[in-house]
Design a binder for this molecule. Structure first.
Ligand code: NAD
Length: 496
């Protein structure tokens, strides 16, 4: 049964999808692939095609970068107040269109519609946050250097490029481009080939509300061609990549060759360290909630659950009960608590790790395998809990699905060593009623982010980024991120 039959689409969503094949949007215009090469966009919840997008080639990507570069002088030359007022109008327009963008995102990325609405709101809030910060920055800093009159001045860089993954398509665009635009840069966005629709909608909306042509450009296409062309373009002044460590390395290499500054926000294999003084049931609820949120396709998820031996059995018992109750369904069904994974390849990856993990000796404590949702041929899998030793492949590598790996510890030092025994370093959490122990463990875990008695905590103003295999060169969501989008010139006049 078709999605449209089971779940009525908004007329605005129908109208947007009826533009299919949807072209990229560059310089304020539809920007198709000249040879008509297309990529099918599939609803992960039903397996049905919802639209086609254009698959741009390298020459077209280069043209888009030229157009973004040509738009830079006028955009950066505007007063901060004028630029801010345009961007705030965009934030308002995104918020007004929240139901439309959320439905597009739910259909395209397999995201539960209410969660997609949260992502859209987060985009608007992020844009407002960075516009507010940019308005307060003093662009000239006087330097107190004897014998010299000296200062530094901050300037935007030019055309900045952004390559995004498929798990939080719209929210991550907000996190990425907001500081760049607020600082006066122009942007070229390359969304993931599976989830490009909300980016195209954004570019069309930006045109409609008066963002100058060429300031926000969206180019669609495959990673190995369109993405690689963007990373190889030496007219890009800054590159930001969010995705897997494997592709991050390729992007870093290309930027290194061209001496383009690059931010890499990569994968994770976070730990949750649970001590024996917690409310065990409430902690199990929070962690099961986190691993099933967006079907576990969350880079900062806690996927290694390290549980104090004295509460291990009780914790696992609650988890099994909670995981079995999760309502799996189509993202547009208001009763669904967990949707599908993004595509059949990702489902095979998730199932493959379950198989490899159990073959290496992990015990499947709950779930495992595919799930069925009546009336839909989507990429559904069951929430799964594996248990065993941490040298297992399923405990070491990023799975990117609703699969957690649980093991027991006895002492604080042992727990910290287990949490840090990973190549990644994105986000961990510690759960305990002892606030001193919480602070100690939070600071001892090697990662960009440590959370206490919570997991997946984001607030504008708190920097979020990774270390080691999880990221290089920055982070998002804070004043430092805005500063990344200014270059600095020092100006010196020797005193007479
Ligand atoms: P991916 O690395 O396969 O793809 C990401 C993007 O890179 C896509 O747009 C893709 O088209 C493009 N790409 C692919 N090959 C390329 C190439 N050779 N050159 C340039 N671009 C290329 O990642 P994915 O599967 O889309 O996303 C999942 C990964 O993203 C996970 O590892 C996850 O942890 C990570 N992630 C990290 C964060 C963070 O903030 N640290 C946030 C979300 C996702």
């Amino acid at each position: 049964m078709s999605v449209a039959t089971q779940h009525k689409l908004l007329p605005e969503v129908e109208a947007f999808l009826s533009q299919s094949p949807l072209a990229s949007f560059v310089g304020g215009e539809h920007f198709p692939n000249a040879r008509g090469n297309l990529i099918a966009t599939i609803d992960p919840g039903s397996g049905e095609k919802i639209a086609d997008i254009h698959d741009l080639d390298a020459a077209e990507i280069d043209r888009a970068v030229d157009i973004a570069s040509e738009a830079f002088p006028a955009w950066s030359g505007m007063s901060q107040a004028e630029r801010s007022s345009i961007l705030l109008k965009l934030a308002d327009a995104v918020e007004e269109r929240k139901p439309i963008i959320a439905q597009i995102e739910a259909l395209d990325a397999g995201k539960i519609e209410s969660q997609a609405a949260g992502d859209v709101q987060n985009f608007a809030d992020t844009l407002r946050y960075f516009v507010g910060l940019a308005g307060k920055i003093d662009k000239r800093t006087k330097l107190d250097v004897p014998g010299h009159e000296a200062w530094t001045v901050k300037q935007p860089w030019g055309a900045c490029a952004f390559i995004f993954p498929w798990n939080f398509p719209f929210l991550l665009i907000g996190w990425g481009i907001s500081p760049a635009l607020a600082a006066g840069n122009t942007v070229v966005i390359k969304p993931a080939e599976d989830t490009s629709l909300s980016a195209i909608y954004l570019a069309q909306l930006a045109k409609e509300i008066g963002v100058p042509d060429g300031v926000i450009n969206v180019v669609t296409g495959r990673g190995a061609t369109a993405g690689a062309a963007l990373t190889n373009n030496n007219k890009i002044k800054r590159m930001s990549f969010t995705g897997s460590p494997e592709v991050g390395q390729l992007v870093g290499e290309a930027c290194g060759r061209n001496l383009v500054p690059v931010k890499l926000e990569l994968g994770g294999k976070g730990a949750a360290v649970v001590f024996d003084d917690v409310d065990v049931k409430a902690t199990a609820e929070a962690l099961v909630g986190a691993i099933t949120f967006h079907t576990g396709q969350v880079c900062c998820d806690a996927t290694r659950w390290l549980i104090h031996n004295d509460v291990y059995d009780e914790f696992v018992g609650h988890c099994k009960e909670l995981m079995e109750k999760v309502k799996i369904g189509h993202p547009l069904d208001p009763n669904s608590e967990m949707g599908p994974v993004v595509n059949p390849k990702q489902r095979e990856r998730v199932l493959g790790y379950q198989e490899k993990g159990t073959a290496e000796g992990a015990e499947c404590l709950c779930g495992g395998g595919t799930a069925t949702v009546d009336g839909f041929e989507g990429n559904y899998v069951k929430p799964t809990l594996l248990g065993g030793s941490l040298d297992n492949v399923a405990a070491r590598e990023e799975i990117f699905g609703p699969v957690a790996y649980v093991t027991a510890f006895n002492t604080e030092d042992e727990a910290i060593a287990m949490a840090n025994d990973t190549d990644y370093g994105l986000a961990n959490s510690v759960w305990t009623a002892d606030s001193e122990r919480a602070n100690r463990v939070a600071e001892a875990m090697v990662a960009g982010n440590s959370w206490i008695n919570a997991h997946n905590v984001f607030a504008h103003g708190v920097p979020y980024g990774g270390v080691n295999k999880s990221g290089v060169g920055g982070g998002v969501l804070s004043i430092e991120t805005l500063m990344d989008y200014y270059r600095s010139t020092s100006v010196v006049r020797p005193s007479e």
